[in-house]
Design a protein around this ligand. Structure first.
Ligand code: C2E
Ligand code: MG
Ligand code: MG
Ligand code: MG
Length: 287
């Protein structure tokens, strides 16, 4: 496996030709340089309590500010980082940044948590638990200030193992969320045992929720299921006031989306958080 060799620090060979792949080599150099030059940034998007409009946390979303190519979204580099083994140092950099940002928010009087995405290989890494523990300690924050997001698909790949890893993370006190829920194939029997707090309903169900009766019924069913299992629900990708109000009325606990804010750089998020009163649109109706 290229990924395994990458993690061991050995060169990358094209599995088809057995040659060092040029694309991989140049990608390696680019990532190495980018880490050195701090070109990776975490943007933050508000996580909102839908019932009262309060800001409760933020999801950290990775961006690569490349001097030549501009601002790159994760889809442009995470998949390659996965197959070249660069996801491990990148993930460490993300986690460390999230810990230090949440610490500085706390010092500024902002009581918020930061939610961080883990890819399947990070989640399955034997070093995850130790690394998380070390970083929390170094940053001097409590585990409740960090949430880890793992996709439903990744969890269900090996649900027994996933449950065990999540149990250990949960014992440490971290928050856990199942990301992109509804796109994978959850085993309900195991969902019951997962020590997560939150399920994040994938944005594909939210996009047309006010016009597509099937999406509406699916979201209703997820909310009912979550209630039974004692999990919080979060709707991803809320883009309109109508979606926001509908989801709130359905009893979805939390929300994220462009309606509240796009992901923004840390200084902008901090400013937004400091001034946060209620989501846009609500200020008017509440007077
Ligand atoms: P995700 O965790 O499901 O994140 C939600 C994605 O939806 C983000 O895309 C976000 O910018 C976007 N989004 C938020 N609100 C809206 C909305 O109202 N409408 C629409 N259309 N989109 C919205 P982004 O930032 O491009 O991230 C894509 C994916 O990349 C993430 O999906 C996550 O799986 C992955 N990712 C992001 N940061 C990291 C990271 O630090 N590590 C790892 N391993 N994966 C990451
Ligand atoms: Mg996420
Ligand atoms: Mg998601
Ligand atoms: Mg996603």
């Amino acid at each position: 496996h290229a990924a395994k060799r990458g993690q061991a620090g050995i060169s990358f060979y094209d599995p088809d030709t057995g040659q060092l792949s040029d694309a991989r080599v140049s990608f390696q150099h680019a990532v190495e340089r980018a880490l050195e030059h701090n070109e990776f940034m975490l943007y933050y998007q508000p996580i909102v309590n839908l019932e009262n409009g309060r800001l409760v946390g933020a999801e950290g979303l990775l961006r690569w500010q490349d001097p030549e190519r501009g601002l790159l979204p994760p889809s442009e580099f995470i998949p390659l980082a996965e197959t070249t083994g660069w996801i491990a140092p990148l993930g460490e950099c993300v986690f460390r940044r999230a810990c230090s940002d949440v610490k500085s928010w706390q010092q500024a009087g902002l009581d918020l948590y930061i939610s961080v995405n883990l890819s399947a290989s990070q989640f399955n890494s034997s070093e995850l638990i130790d690394q998380v523990q070390n970083e929390l300690k170094n940053a001097g924050i409590t585990p409740r200030q960090i949430e880890l997001e793992i996709t439903e698909t990744a969890v269900m790949e090996d649900v027994v193992r996933s449950t065990e890893i999540m149990r250990r993370l949960s014992t440490l006190g971290l928050r856990l969320a199942i990301d992109d829920f509804g796109t994978g194939y959850s085993s309900l029997a195991y969902l019951r045992k997962l020590p997560a707090q939150t399920i994040k309903i994938d944005q594909s169900f939210i996009r047309d929720i006010d016009s597509d009766p099937e999406d509406l019924e699916i979201v209703k069913a997820i909310v009912a299921l979550a209630r039974v299992l004692g999990l919080l629900t979060l709707a991803e990708g809320i883009e309109t006031e109508a979606q926001y109000h509908l989801l709130r009325d359905l009893g979805v606990d939390l929300g994220q989306g462009y309606w509240f804010s796009r992901p923004v750089p840390e200084p902008d998020f901090r400013q937004q958080a400091t001034r946060w009163e209620s989501p846009p649109g609500d200020a008017v109706s509440r007077g």
